[in-house]
Design a binder for this molecule. Structure first.
Ligand code: 0GY
Length: 309
């Protein structure tokens, strides 16, 4: 099979939303967009041969323009699977942010201590383990555990991405991780199921029983079946996701993060307006205290601990 050209975007893949609205919700000062990506540009930072999709380019400069437009102060740039374990685009973006971006890398067992130290100097503070089968090939658990132990010694954490149906099988591995562990997008619950039901209950139990486990309450656009359309003036966009995210924010206010997920990899049906995504926040973090914890205090503690008084 021939390797796709870096410039052949996956068919049906939507470009990120140009001209996002200005949010009505005013973010607290110092807010962090704690889950976003950069893609290429492919001519400068080629996409990985093993990738499962080819995105449209989304550069660091475009990310920083969005940050300023929405009113964020900082970003956490998460390595996307289309770059495999080649972290150059993400690390370059972190370097160019002048201290306003941290990174989460993808690494293999073969990475040297010196390479890890270089990533640390660039601003990387975590590694991502991806278990979403449509995105990555399988990596043995012993390799991941070895990586987790090595990066833990640097003070980094592990970000895990999985789908809710796979949590029972992954539970023992996740709960054995020796670092802080951040779950992407609440473990992707099926929001057609009840928020009090067994599927989401298992995820809440994971967080309840393991104080090192945090969650991003992000990506309503990936989880929602009702979509962005709000019913009435003050109603929430992506309203079917609200009870799930709100439950996590209220139960674990000191262990939640939020991010736009720009440029929204792999979306084929609906591309969100990032301004509207910001307007989702006050529906899930309903007081200024919860908003400040979610958007400022928690990400600062995890990614910029030296700057926290
Ligand atoms: C996300 C979600 C997705 C993709 C990736 O690294 C990636 O390719 O993260 C997805 O397709 O669900 O968190 O950005």
């Amino acid at each position: 099979m021939s390797t796709p050209s870096p410039f052949d975007k996956t068919p049906g893949w939507l470009d990120w939303y140009a001209g996002p609205s200005r949010p009505r919700f005013q973010l607290p000062a110092g807010a962090v967009d704690a889950h976003c990506h950069v893609f290429g540009p492919g001519a400068q930072f080629p996409y990985a041969p093993e990738r499962k999709y080819t995105p449209c380019d989304a550069s660091a400069d475009q990310l920083f323009a969005l940050r300023d437009h929405l009113g964020f102060s900082r970003n956490v740039i998460v390595q996307a699977t289309c770059h495999g374990a080649d972290n150059r685009a993400m690390a370059d973006a972190c370097r160019r942010s002048e201290g306003r971006a941290r990174g989460v890398a993808t690494v293999r067992r073969s990475i040297t201590d010196r390479e890890l130290e270089a990533l640390h100097a660039d601003g990387v503070r975590g590694v991502r383990f991806n278990f979403v089968k449509r995105l990555v090939d399988f990596t043995p658990k012993d390799e991941l555990l070895e990586i987790a132990t090595r990066i833990g010694a640097l003070g980094w954490h592990v970000v895990i991405y999985f789908e809710a149906v796979d949590l029972p099988e992954l539970w023992d591995f996740f709960t054995a991780l020796p670092t802080t562990v951040v779950v992407d997008h609440m473990g992707r619950p099926d929001v057609a199921l009840p928020v009090d039901g067994p599927q989401f209950g298992l995820f809440l139990r994971l967080m309840q029983e393991h104080e090192n486990i945090w969650s991003k309450v992000s990506c309503p656009e990936r989880l929602s079946l009702t979509g962005p359309k709000a019913l009435g003036g003050e109603a929430a966009p992506y309203r079917d996701v609200v009870p799930f995210a709100r439950r996590v924010v209220e139960r674990f206010p000191d262990r939640v993060l939020w991010g736009t997920d720009w440029p929204h990899p792999n979306l084929k049906d609906h591309m969100p307006d990032d301004g509207l995504l910001v307007d989702f926040i006050p529906h899930i973090a309903v007081t200024p205290e919860l908003q400040r914890a979610l958007l400022v205090d928690n990400p600062m503690r995890l990614y910029w601990p030296d700057e926290v008084a």
